[in-house]
Design a protein around this ligand. Structure first.
Ligand code: SAH
Ligand code: SF4
Ligand code: F3S
Length: 469
């Protein structure tokens, strides 16, 4: 048994990151004819971890099911970013408990992901949820098979708060055969004062570029049309390694693999260099779309958040990107109600939104996370005020999203067709190079292809279009 520890999770030492090449083989008869139910919450990184978890479960012979009632193993891959993530997990755990008590006493319930890295959560699981069989963390996903094989009939908790290593030779069961996630970096060292991620994901550690390029080349050979490079601060790629490419160099090298579409997420404004902007502008297969979290428009709040840029610096970067990369769409994340955010601070946020007119934005009410510096600040702002601010911000954001989409009306744009649309069996959906969602008629035979689409209608969150013939 190994429990998470917040003080260890906070640590950043000079200890060298280990690059470990896994060579694991398992017997597919271990869980023969058994089924797993996997649910993933949270960001793209967690989604991609889910693809690793699925491959690991299948290496033991398990097959996937969408029905909890058919499952022999349940894995809940959790997120800890805001309090509502906790509520979601405990809500679903209630269903799992019921299933185990009433229908399937042999059901194995596993919890992993960022919540498993939280000291308080794991204590609660031990005290109040003894029916949970296995808890493992973000640093030891590679132990999943061994933990499942060796477990006894008691709750097993194996969570490390170490700064982390880099594992190679990982297999994934990718959700799509058209677009793929590729990790370029793990962890985060920014320690924004509101954020739990540096504690749940460990020290920032970049993968070696030759491994990244090798993985992308394999994806190209398999016919993948799009790769998204993943990291919490992709712009800081390579800073933790000697003799390694920087992010601009990595983008260039990956672009040259010939992958039709290359994306990356998330960019931190602090590490965004001119060289990166020029590289994105230079290569046609690097998509003109940047997610550039603002968090707040108030320099004072940005300072309290530990974001390392001012309102003006953000605006300068924003304009530089817009002026250098033709038709670049920029989206953002904004937090309202950081402790003691004043009306003036909030007006500064609205001012940046008015100046930037983002293509879209994810907006959140600040949620205190145990163990982070901001959670200790005594906050005088009421939830009611925060909710009103969020509402006002969303109205503004949505009006700009609609305006940005309307610019596409009657234009012909390339779209990568991904699958059948939620809007009806006769339609397919896909994304433009600038990451606009389009629902398209008459293109069913084009799934997996990039085709030209004429935009016929624009809404706040999507476009409609017709295949251009
Ligand atoms: N690494 C990315 C962010 C990852 S978390 C970056 O720095 O941009 C995704 C988003 O969740 C953040 O951009 C932030 O807007 C939001 N978020 C993080 N912690 C939060 C908290 N405690 N309360 C509310 N929103 C939060
Ligand atoms: Fe969190 Fe800041 Fe790191 Fe993003 S950069 S993951 S917001 S600490
Ligand atoms: Fe959530 Fe962890 Fe991602 S906290 S947002 S799953 S890094």
């Amino acid at each position: 048994m190994k429990l998470p520890n917040i003080n260890e999770a906070r640590e950043r030492t000079d200890k060298e990151v280990q690059y470990i090449y896994l060579n694991q083989e398992y017997n597919k008869d271990t869980f023969k004819n058994k089924k797993y139910f996997l649910r993933t919450y949270g960001c793209q990184m967690n989604v991609h971890d889910g693809e690793e978890i699925a491959a690991r479960l299948e290496s033991l012979g398990l097959t996937s099911t969408d029905e909890l009632t058919n499952a022999d193993v349940v894995v809940l891959n959790t997120c800890a970013i805001r309090e509502n993530a906790h509520d979601k997990l405990y809500g679903f755990l209630g269903r799992c408990k019921h299933e185990k008590e009433k229908n399937n006493p042999n059901l194995i319930i596993c919890i992993c992901g960022c919540m498993a890295q939280e000291e308080g959560v794991v204590k609660e699981l031990m005290q109040k949820h003894p029916y949970v069989d296995l808890v493992f963390g973000t640093h030891n996903i590679h132990e999943l098979q061994d933990l499942l094989i060796s477990r006894q009939n008691k709750q097993e908790i194996e969570v490390y708060s170490c700064e982390g290593n880099v594992y190679e030779n990982i297999s994934y069961k990718r959700d799509s055969s058209i677009k793929a996630w590729v990790n370029i970096q793990y962890g985060c060292d920014k320690f924004c004062t509101y954020c739990i991620v540096p504690y749940t994901r460990g020290k920032q550690r970049s993968r070696k570029s030759n491994e990244i390029i090798k993985e992308v080349k394999e994806l190209v050979a398999q016919g993948y049309q799009e790769v998204t490079l993943l990291g919490q601060n992709v712009n800081a790629y390579g800073k933790d390694l000697e003799n390694e490419l920087n992010f601009a160099g990595l983008l260039e090298a990956v672009s040259k693999t010939g992958i039709p579409r290359l994306r990356f997420v998330t960019s931190h404004p602090w590490d965004f260099t001119d060289e990166m902007i020029n590289t994105i502008a230079k290569y046609d297969n690097i998509m003109p779309y940047i997610h550039l979290p603002l968090q707040s428009g108030s320099t004072d709040i940005l300072k309290k958040m530990g974001r390392r840029y001012t309102k003006e610096e953000y605006l300068t970067l924003y304009n530089k990107i817009k002026n250098t990369i033709p038709n670049c769409s920029i989206t953002t994340d904004i937090i309202v109600g950081f402790p003691n955010e004043t009306d003036d601070d909030f007006q500064e946020t609205l001012d940046v939104v008015n100046k930037c007119q983002f293509d879209s934005a994810f907006t959140f009410i600040y949620s205190p996370r145990e163990g982070t510096p901001a959670a200790k600040i005594k906050d005088k702002i009421s939830l009611d005020t925060k909710e009103k601010r969020l509402h006002e911000l969303n109205e503004l954001i949505n009006s700009y999203s609609l305006a940005a989409n309307q610019k596409y009306l009657n234009k012909v744009v390339p779209v990568l067709i991904e699958g059948v649309s939620e809007k009806g069996q006769d339609k397919v959906f896909g994304y433009t190079d600038a990451m606009k969602l389009v629902n398209i008629t008459n293109a069913k035979e084009d799934i997996g292809k990039i085709i030209n689409v004429k935009i016929t209608a624009a809404k706040s969150f999507s476009l409609d279009g017709e295949k251009e013939v």
